[in-house]
Design a protein. Sequence first.
Length: 218
Amino acid sequence: MKKIVAINASPRTAWNTSALVRAATKGAEENGAEVVVFDLYKLEKFTGCISCFGCKLPANLGKCVCRDGLAPVLDAIREADGLIMGSPNYLGDITAGLRSLYERLVFQSLTYKKEPRSYNEHKIPILFIMTSNASEEYYPKIGYDKMLNNYAGTLGTFVGPVKTMISGDTLQVNDYSIYDWTMFNAEAKKARHDSIFEGEKQKAFTLGAQMVTDPWME
């Protein structure tokens, strides 16, 4: 049985990002995978890489030695056959929680040698889901596409090949009337969500299923 790790890197556990991560999870589970889901913002306290270089010592090559709230996540990914990660777009980037995981996940495998470049010999497919208030069509105009490509490139080198799914122009809150957000058409946001989001969940479900039945490995 394949093991899949799924990460919801949103502080909200019942909104867009979490819903898509869990849809992908369902797709993997319904095709025979064993899935463990982590809500990053519910974990015990954790940090990004603390530059201790413990993962470069002979006894721990390629393994982060910092035993905080991210330790069980990193341990699970090390044994996994696939990784699903979802993050909302915060100020043109991933959330701080996912950035911490990204630092720890990648840096542990970096050798600082010309060859090999990575200690990780167990590459796994990654589904990277990003939700955002911005529409997907704006990503090339404001540089979000380059940001995602940079993450995909680094993850591809040290963890495994990445498929990216963007869900843009998302509904941020149920009741826009309590905020003075004059740049949004609340009715249009709600109508779009009601007509589009179930299809987005189905897309995530299909990608989660594909991770098990036909994983994208280079």
